[in-house]
Design a protein around this ligand. Structure first.
Ligand code: SF4
Length: 118
């Protein structure tokens, strides 16, 4: 597997593949952070899930939201299905938990925008 490290502007081209004894063989990384990133990407890629939810009774019709930590990439579609068509009630503050433990990931979906009640 080949990937480009996104952790700093150097953008190292990293090659990673399973080695002996269940360890990963990693080449092309410029530092340990990049090596750890490549192993994470190969073993269980993580992403922050971002979306918008409809708001009932708010000064804005939508509230932006994101998970409070990265979740497994293969849980993104399930998370999207859980939020599709979902409506939350105003008022909403930045950081309010809109969905706890989304898709069983242990992460919470939190508001990233304040929405006052009208
Ligand atoms: S491996 Fe290290 S030096 Fe290379 S892009 Fe990633 S963070 Fe930067």
């Amino acid at each position: 597997m080949q990937l480009i490290c996104i952790l700093c502007p150097r953008g190292c081209h990293i090659q990673i593949h399973p080695g002996k004894n269940g360890e990963w063989e990693v080449e092309g990384h410029g530092c340990k952070r990049g090596r750890d990133y490549a192993i994470q990407e190969a073993a269980c890629p993580l992403r922050v899930f971002t979306t918008s939810l409809w708001v009932d009774g708010g000064a804005h019709r939508l509230v932006s939201a994101r998970t409070d930590r990265s979740i497994p990439k293969d849980k993104i579609i399930e998370s999207l299905k859980l939020t599709k068509g979902l409506t939350v009630k105003a008022p909403i503050d930045i950081g309010d938990v809109l969905i706890k433990n989304i898709a069983g990931t242990g992460a919470n979906l939190v508001a990233t925008r304040k929405v006052d009640r009208i």
